[in-house]
Ligand binder design. Structure first.
Ligand SMILES: *Cc1c(COP(=O)(O)O)cnc(C)c1O
Length: 369
């Protein structure tokens, strides 16, 4: 049996809507599905404004541009994250200040936050890793006390909640991704969301080449083309209308893996804190020292039987890219440990019961119970 690490589900509704967009000729970034997608996404999150972009990376970039963050400013970001969180900070010329993670949720360790704040800190970027919310109360409270903006990177957390609040609705301005392996997808795409009307307007101007509001084709500042197409938005509308089913599928997947893998020696399964509703974007496990195999041995044994897995992210603080920003004496022991021990199992929305059983049986056979 072959089990891919991710396979998206494209519903009939998405197919119907994208065909409609094609047939009406509205294939570029004007067209009704852009507006519908933005409105329905804002409604889903309970926020005032949603602004489509070309990717999660450009959604983060646009958020930082709208906030006016730039050279001389610092943004606190977890070392354990996907590189796009860090790239966005570098694009605007600001300095990424890395923070280590919690070993159990893999999220930024908020107990270390206060120490990272300087007079240059302009924003904190919590990233809800693999679909589990960051402990947001503390982040929001510390940010407020220091007059710092919170920008959530919610690219892995559509529909996840923190104490009942939606991830991606708690910061001043927040970003989502609709890449092919995300909980809902438009192929490539992203969204900025905010309750702040001024920031939303800034985003709309900057993502469309910054035409002067009074004079079209007149430009007083540098703009960008971060426009999503109506074709992508049509896919997105169909996806969003199925998100409840998708989230149920993720919960079912986690429960199936959990009950079959709970006794495997040396395999640590994902946890969910009381404050969080975990959407298990990826089913992420840790290979402990007590396991009969190393992570690499386990991954290659699974590859041999047709099961595709992925490593965790490398600590972003160890990338040559950010060398100039990281004091060589500073270490991120949890992020570095996660990169050594972490992997995720096939987690796509198209995963079947038979595939999950096969993955779990293979792991039990390989490791021994
Ligand atoms: C996927 C992802 C992004 C980037 O999204 P793209 O749409 O691929 O540009 C940013 N941050 C995190 C945490 C992600 O997982």
């Amino acid at each position: 049996m072959k089990v891919p690490v991710n396979e998206p589900v494209i519903t009939d509704e998405s197919k119907k809507l994208v065909l409609d967009a094609l047939e009406t000729g509205w294939i570029s970034s004007a067209g009704q599905y852009i507006e519908t997608f933005e409105q329905e996404f804002a409604q889903f999150l309970g926020v005032k404004h949603a602004i489509t972009t070309t990717s999660g990376t450009t959604a983060l970039h646009l958020s930082l541009l709208a906030l006016g963050i730039g050279p001389g400013d610092e943004v606190i970001v977890p070392a354990f994250t996907m590189i796009a969180s860090v790239d966005a900070i570098l694009y605007v010329g600001a300095k990424p200040v890395f923070i280590d993670s919690e070993p159990d949720t893999f999220n930024m360790d908020v107990s270390l936050l206060e120490k990272k704040i300087t007079k240059h800190t302009k924003a904190i970027m919590p990233v809800h890793i693999y679909g589990h919310s960051v402990d947001m109360d503390q982040v929001l409270q510390i940010a407020k006390a220091h007059d710092i903006v919170v920008l959530e990177d919610a690219a892995e957390a559509h529909g996840a909640t923190y104490k009942g609040r939606m991830c991606g609705s708690m910061g001043r301005i927040n970003a989502f991704s609709f890449y092919g392996n995300k909980i809902i997808t438009t192929g490539e795409g992203g969204m900025v969301v905010t309750d702040d009307t001024v920031l939303a307007a800034r985003c709309r101007t900057l993502k469309d080449l910054a035409h002067s509001p009074k004079r079209r084709f007149w430009h007083e500042e540098l703009g960008y083309n971060f426009r999503m197409t109506n074709l992508q938005a049509a896919v997105g509308v169909g996806q969003l209308r199925s998100i409840k089913t998708f989230l149920e599928k993720k919960r079912w997947m986690a429960a199936e893996y959990g009950k079959r893998l709970k006794d495997v020696k040396g395999l640590r399964l994902p946890i969910t804190k009381d404050y969080a509703e975990n959407v298990h974007w990826m089913y992420a496990v840790i290979v402990e020292d007590s396991c009969a195999l190393s992570k690499n041995e386990l991954r290659s044994a699974l590859t041999d039987v047709g099961i595709d897995t992925r490593d965790f992210f490398y600590s972003a603080a160890s990338m040559p890219l950010v060398k100039q920003y990281v004091d060589p004496s500073e270490h991120f022991p949890v992020a570095e440990d996660l990169e050594k021990r972490g992997l995720y199992l096939p987690s796509g929305l198209a995963l079947t019961q038979e595939q999950i059983e096969y993955v779990c049986q293979s792991i039990c056979d390989i490791i021994g119970v």
